[in-house]
Design a protein around this ligand. Structure first.
Ligand code: SF4
Length: 476
C-alpha cells in the first residue's frame, strides 16, 4: 500500500498562526457518487464538540452517497471519531480498533478510519503506524473538511493515508451535516482553546481559539429554526472568549443577543469559563426569555492553591463572587459544574474547600472525577502524592454531597409546572416521553400522542437526584 504521511510536529504546536482564513467547503461534485450503495458505521467518543464533528462526518458521507448502519460487520467504511481527554478512553479506542483486525482480515476491502482528537497527538499516529495496519485513513481535527478527498484517495489508490496537521489556520463553513437530534441543533461558535489548564490536552489537540463569523452562526441558527428545531446549543471550549480573536470586545454577549433575536425558542451554551465571564452576559441572559437560565460553569476545585496549580486563572473567591452575582441577578438560574478531586498535592484541607464550595453553590448536577494524569500535559509531570484509595474516598464523599443537593433541588419542583421540550420516548419505556425543562432538568413524563418536538407543560409529580417525573397538563 502506498503511504502518505503529514505528521503533526508538537514542538511547533505553540507557534500558532496569527491569521485565520475563512473558507467555504470545497466543491466535491466529482466525488458525490463514491458511496453509492455502500454503508458507513460511525462511532463518536467524547464531548459535544466531537458529537458535532460526527454530524459533519455523517453529512459528508451521505453527500458521497453512503447510508448509515449500526453494524460494524455491515459497513463498508468504519469511522472512529476519537476523544483524547482521558488516557483510559484512548486505550479503549485502541482496544476496539485492535478488535477490528478480525473484520479486516476477513473483509480486506472494508476501510477503517480514525479521526478526531487522538490523531492530533504524534505518539498516537506513531502507534497506529507501528501496530495497527488495519487502519486505512487517519486525519485530525484541523482538516475534517478534507475527509471526502482523503477517503477518495484511499478507495481509488488503495493507499493508506495519514494526514494530520499541526496548524489550525482555517475555519471552513457549509460542511454538510446530518443532525443527530430532531429538536436540538448543535452550533459551533468557536474552535480550540487558549487556556492551557495544566491537566488538559485540548489546547494541543484542538488548537488555538478561532471564532466563527457571527453572520455564519446566525445563518445556521435561522436554518435550524426554519427546519422546526426548537433549541440551539452553542458550542465552544470556552464560549465566553467568543470574538476575542476577531478583535471584538464582549463578543459573546453580542452573539447571544443576536441569537436571541432570531426568535429560536431556546438557546443554551457550553462551556463557560469563569475567567472570561462578563456582567453584560448575565444581563443579556436575564433580558431574553429564550436564553435558558441554566449554566454549566466548571469550577474544578474549591481551593485557590489547587486552582493556581491547575492554571485556571481565578480564585475560589472569584468563582463564589461570580456565582453570587448571577444568583442575585437571576434568582431562578440553575448551576451545574465540573469537579476534579485528588489533583497532585491536594491536601485534605484543600479538598475540604471543594466540599465547602459545593455547600455554598448547591449545584443541580456536577461531573466529578478523580484526577488521572494525561500524558502530554504539564500536570502529568507533577508529583502525584495522593494514594489512589484516598482519591476514591474523596470522590465518594463529594458525590454523596452532590447527590444530596441534586435531590434537594429537584424536590422543590414537585407540584410545579415546567415547560419541557419533548425529545422522544424513553429508551426503556415507549409509553413514557422524555425531554428537558428550561432549567435543564431531565423530565420523564406521560402525555397525549403527537407531542414529540413540542414544548409542553408538565406537572412534576416525583423527584429523583438526576431526573424528574411528571405528566402533561391536558388541554394545553
Ligand atoms: S478551558 Fe481548560 S479544561 Fe477547558 S478545554 Fe481549555 S484547557 Fe481544557
Amino acid at each position: 500500500m502506498k503511504k502518505k504521511y503529514i505528521l503533526p510536529n508538537q514542538n511547533e504546536e505553540r507557534k500558532r498562526q496569527k491569521e485565520i482564513s475563512y473558507e467555504s467547503f470545497p466543491n466535491y461534485e466529482t466525488i458525490t457518487n463514491l458511496g453509492e450503495g455502500k454503508k458507513y458505521y460511525l462511532r463518536t467518543y467524547g464531548c459535544q464538540a466531537n458529537v458535532r464533528d460526527g454530524e459533519s462526518l455523517s453529512g459528508m458521507l451521505e453527500m458521497m452517497g453512503f447510508s448509515n448502519t449500526d453494524s460494524e460487520w455491515d459497513a463498508d467504511v468504519l469511522i472512529f471519531n476519537t476523544c483524547a481527554v482521558r488516557q483510559t478512553a484512548e486505550e479503549r479506542v485502541f482496544g476496539e480498533i485492535g478488535n477490528l483486525k478480525r473484520i479486516k482480515d476477513k473483509f480486506p476491502e472494508k476501510i477503517i478510519v480514525m479521526c478526531g482528537c487522538m490523531p492530533q497527538e504524534e505518539v498516537v499516529v506513531q502507534r497506529i503506524l507501528k501496530n495497527y495496519p488495519q487502519v486505512d485513513l487517519v486525519f485530525g481535527t484541523h482538516n475534517l473538511y478534507r475527509f471526502p478527498e482523503l477517503l477518495k484517495e484511499v478507495i481509488e489508490k488503495k493507499a493508506r493515508v495519514i494526514e494530520v496537521l499541526s496548524e489550525e489556520g482555517r475555519v471552513v463553513e457549509d460542511i454538510p451535516v446530518r443532525r443527530s437530534l430532531i429538536s436540538k441543533g448543535f452550533v459551533n461558535i468557536m474552535y480550540g482553546c487558549d487556556k492551557f489548564c495544566t491537566y488538559c490536552i485540548v489546547p494541543y489537540t484542538r488548537g488555538k481559539e478561532r471564532s466563527r463569523k457571527i453572520e455564519d452562526i446566525i445563518k445556521e441558527i435561522e436554518l435550524l429554526k426554519a427546519n422546526n428545531y426548537k433549541e440551539v446549543i452553542l458550542l465552544g471550549q470556552n464560549v465566553n472568549a467568543y470574538g476575542k480573536d476577531l478583535g471584538v470586545e464582549d463578543g459573546f454577549t453580542d452573539l447571544l443577543r443576536q441569537c436571541a433575536k432570531t426568535g429560536i425558542e431556546r438557546i443554551r451554551f457550553y462551556t463557560s469559563h469563569p475567567r472570561d465571564y462578563k456582567v453584560s452576559t448575565i444581563e443579556i441572559m436575564k433580558e431574553y426569555p429564550n436564553i435558558m437560565k441554566s449554566l454549566h460553569l466548571p469550577v474544578q476545585s474549591g481551593n485557590t492553591n489547587i486552582l493556581k496549580k491547575m492554571n485556571r486563572g481565578y480564585t475560589r473567591e472569584d468563582y463564589l463572587a461570580l456565582y453570587d452575582d448571577m444568583k442575585a441577578r437571576i434568582p431562578e438560574i440553575t448551576f451545574t459544574t465540573d469537579l476534579i478531586v485528588g489533583f497532585p498535592t491536594e491536601t485534605r484541607e484543600e479538598f475540604e474547600d471543594t466540599l465547602s464550595l459545593v455547600d455554598h453553590c448547591q449545584f443541580d448536577m456536577a461531573y466529578s472525577f478523580v484526577y488521572s494524569p494525561r500524558s502530554g500535559t504539564p500536570a502529568a509531570n507533577m508529583e502525584d502524592n495522593i494514594k489512589s484509595e484516598e482519591k476514591k474516598e474523596r470522590l465518594q464523599e463529594l458525590n454523596d454531597k452532590l447527590a444530596y443537593y441534586a435531590l434537594n433541588n429537584n424536590k422543590a419542583y414537585v407540584g410545579k409546572v415546567l415547560k419541557v421540550l419533548c425529545e422522544g420516548t424513553s429508551k426503556t419505556n415507549k409509553e413514557v416521553y422524555t425531554g428537558y425543562s428550561e432549567e435543564n432538568k431531565l423530565v420523564n413524563f406521560t402525555g397525549p400522542n403527537n407531542i414529540i418536538n413540542e414544548i409542553v407543560e408538565v406537572e412534576i409529580t416525583e423527584a429523583h437526584s438526576f431526573s424528574l417525573n411528571g405528566k402533561v397538563i391536558e388541554n394545553k
